[in-house]
Design a protein around this ligand. Structure first.
Ligand code: ADP
Ligand code: MG
Length: 697
């Protein structure tokens, strides 16, 4: 079968809907999907029946409400389609009610204190805007997840609410410009980085299995310094994995487009074609899950952790984000941005939102894993700033600083090889160091960790930009009421005001440079280096208010979510700490003891036989190993006792985790890593970095 034939074959997509649903039902459902109209519940039975018949034809026996609780994972509970009809017979059935509402027990999911444990009731409700699909014999129905009292318990419901908020606000803004449109959509294309290692090696590492990253390990003699992995030829096993992955994803309707080797050895990337935000979020969750499964079929383990290995690059996820309405990308500057009033106003609103809510945006990507990456040399720094590129950067500078601006033109270039085609050279270069970069017709938010759900940063982006749009409309309407106010000059004046006020967030230079931190501090920009410090921002009144005003979270929900984020952080690091203790005590300590014993036996044998043999280096090695091993166990003791008195309250516990537990673990690790460098390979109990990252041929 060729690709267009099997693309989306596991998805209840538009083609299937059109051919299986009665015409009026199809039309009604389409309206909900395209224009965001409330679903007409009277069509539910009909849709459910068509979905079920289609799922049965794909071999499904069960259905599952698929949801995204406040972990980074998805959750599902499978129910079979069987329905007894008397006389020991069953039929296969999916009612409208079962399609639209589910009632999983919610008590074991994080709720951040929004709900007492004994009040376990939670509901899942169908999200008709994201397509259902069949996987491994089950019909998956994308849903939102809410509590009995109506509080959202997932990432999907607020995401949809944030999409509604920005749709509403953007339409008001467009209306001011005389543009009427049914719906403004946010689109997202998440580029996904990952590592592939040999599964046998992976399974020998308790740390990789339990925490997703190596808690011990020293850099091999060769890392990524030769730049010989980035975009390099794919190794056969990797190429086979990628082919299988693409084919599987295509069957699930995921628009997998680009694949290549990344900078670090064993690191790769997959980028899909962008799509509507909530579908992009679902597809990215599915992509991460399928990556792991397909890898296992190829004898590989796929690592999605932000920093699986120390000393080489970690993995991120780039959230390409844009706004569009029928036939129009609102972030497209066109050929003459300087005279494109609407674009310049939208740009100024985004800049304002990012500056004003930089703390919220930073917090939306804060996790224990990402703490190892942000500010590392390969990832954007922990400081939020906006990169505009040469063209827009100069244009904005001309407005704010009164500098001269000469419009750029995409020039026709030639590389000087007669056979090569003439190609247009972009009017702006790329800047890989920026956390929030304008890239032609979209913004690329690059701070996300590779394992993160893309929902969180998009909830924030949509909400804060919606707020900036609403503010703009309100202010402009007022300004336009004034005597003699003229539309264009009023818009220009307001845009300039925003750009001047928020100019400090724009940084068009090297974000990795050491000068930037000092400069950012001078500008008053935030620089939170760990999750505990970053999430603290979310409790500030103005940062809660924006979500409440935009109808995305209630006050309770906003606070609960911040608490859950801290709780997740503490739990993640605690598991890492316990695993550190376990590996140090049960694997590394005994292994080094064994090696030291062998060295000592050899040494005393040598001394007994030939007292004149030189043994200084041997003695030195024994002393070094024995001392480090002892010190490592002392560090383990300290880590244990610090873990034993963790405070109950999330904020204090998170602070203690960041500032006591993480440094404690670091001490254990550095002593162990030094021993790894000294210990004979056959005695070292863990597969080394060399074994892990150079093992896939
Ligand atoms: P790069 O590595 O240069 O960032 P890629 O091609 O790997 O480029 O990724 C670019 C991503 O941006 C793709 O996922 C692409 O679909 C996405 N993208 C392009 N246009 C838009 C848009 N208007 N809205 C959202 N995402 C977009
Ligand atoms: Mg990119």
């Amino acid at each position: 079968m060729n690709v267009p034939e099997y693309f989306g074959s596991n998805v209840f997509n538009d083609v299937v809907m059109r051919s299986t649903l009665p015409r009026d039902v199809y039309k009604s459902l389409r309206k909900t999907i395209d224009a965001g109209e409330t679903i007409d519940m009277s069509i539910a039975d009909s849709v459910a029946n068509a979905m079920k018949d289609w799922a049965l034809s794909k071999g499904a026996t069960h259905y599952a409400h698929w949801f995204q609780p406040l972990t980074n994972l998805t959750a599902e509970k499978h129910d079979s389609f069987i329905e007894p009809v008397g006389g020991d017979a069953v039929i296969m059935q999916l009612t409208g009610k079962s399609l639209t509402v589910g009632e999983p027990d919610a008590s074991s999911f994080p709720s951040g204190g929004t709900r007492a444990t004994e009040r376990a009731r939670g509901y899942t409700a169908w999200d008709p805007t994201s397509p259902a699909f069949v996987k491994e014999g089950t019909l998956y129905i994308p849903t939102i997840f809410i509590s009995y009292t109506g509080e959202t318990l997932d990432k999907k419901a607020p995401l949809l609410k944030s999409m509604t908020a920005i749709d509403r606000a953007a339409k008001k803004l467009l209306h001011l410009f005389g543009i009427e449109t049914a719906k403004v959509n946010t689109t997202v294309g998440p580029e996904q980085e990952y590592f592939l290692v040999d599964k046998d090696m992976y399974e020998k590492r308790e740390d990789l299995i339990l925490t997703g990253r190596t808690l011990f390990g020293t850099r091999p003699p060769k890392g990524q310094e030769m730049d010989d992995h980035y975009f390099a030829t794919l190794k056969p096993r990797v190429a086979e994995f990628m082919k299988d992955l693409d084919e599987t994803l295509w069957k699930y309707g995921v628009l997998s487009k680009t694949k290549h080797n990344e900078a670090a050895p064993a690191q790769h990337e997959l980028a899909p074609i962008f799509t509507t935000t909530n579908v992009a979020v679902d597809n990215n969750q599915l992509t991460m899950e399928i990556m792991k499964k397909v890898a296992a079929n190829h004898g590989l383990a796929c690592l999605l952790h932000e920093k699986p290995f120390r000393g080489i690059n970690g993995s991120g996820k780039h959230n390409n984000w844009s706004l569009s309405t029928t036939g129009m990308n609102l972030l497209d500057p066109g050929e003459h941005p300087e005279s494109n009033k609407l674009f310049m106003l939208i740009l100024a609103c985004v800049i304002k939102a990012v500056d004003k809510y930089q703390g919220v945006l930073r917090a939306s990507v804060a996790t224990a894993g990402n703490d190892h990456r942000l500010g590392g040399f390969e990832a954007p720094p922990a400081i939020i700033s906006v990169y505009l590129g040469d063209e827009l950067g100069e244009l904005v500078d001309s407005i704010v600083l009164g500098k001269n601006y000469t419009p750029h033109k995409a020039v026709k270039g030639s590389i000087g090889v007669p056979e090569s085609p003439i190609f247009p050279i972009d009017s702006t270069d790329r800047n890989r160091t920026s956390p929030f970069a304008f890239t032609g017709n979209k913004f690329e938010f690059r701070m996300l960790g590779s394992s993160a759900s893309v929902a969180d940063p998009n909830v924030v982006l949509n909400t804060i930009v919606a707020e900036a749009f609403e503010d703009a409309v309100e202010k402009l309407e007022k300004m336009l009421k004034a005597e003699g106010a003229e539309f264009e000059s009023t818009v220009t004046a307001y845009t300039e005001k925003l750009l001047k006020k928020h100019h400090r967030i724009i940084f068009n230079y090297n974000g990795y440079g050491p000068e930037w931190e000092a400069e950012a501090e001078r500008r008053g920009l935030l620089n939170h280096k760990n999750t505990a410090d970053a999430v603290a921002e979310l409790f500030k009144k103005e940062n809660v208010d924006v979500f409440v005003r935009q109808g995305v979270y209630t006050r309770n929900e906003a606070i609960a979510r911040a608490n859950i984020q801290l709780e997740n952080y503490v739990k993640t690091v605690t598991v890492e700490a316990l695993t550190t203790i376990d590996i140090a005590t049960k694997q590394i300590f005994p292994a080094v003891e064994k090696y030291v014993t062998v060295l000592c036996t050899a040494l005393s044998a040598k001394k007994g036989l030939f007292s004149s043999l030189p043994t200084a280096k041997e003695e030195e090695l024994i002393k070094k190993l024995a001392t480090n091993n002892e010190h490592m166990m002392l560090a383990v003791e300290k880590l244990k006792s610090d873990l034993a008195d963790m405070p109950k309250d999330e904020t204090t516990a998170a602070m203690r985790t960041a500032h006591v537990i993480v440094p404690d673990m670091e001490t254990v690790r550095s002593l162990a890593d030094e021993m790894e460098r000294l210990c004979a390979k056959e005695y070292w109990p863990l597969p080394t970095y060399y074994d892990l990252i150079f093992s896939v041929k």
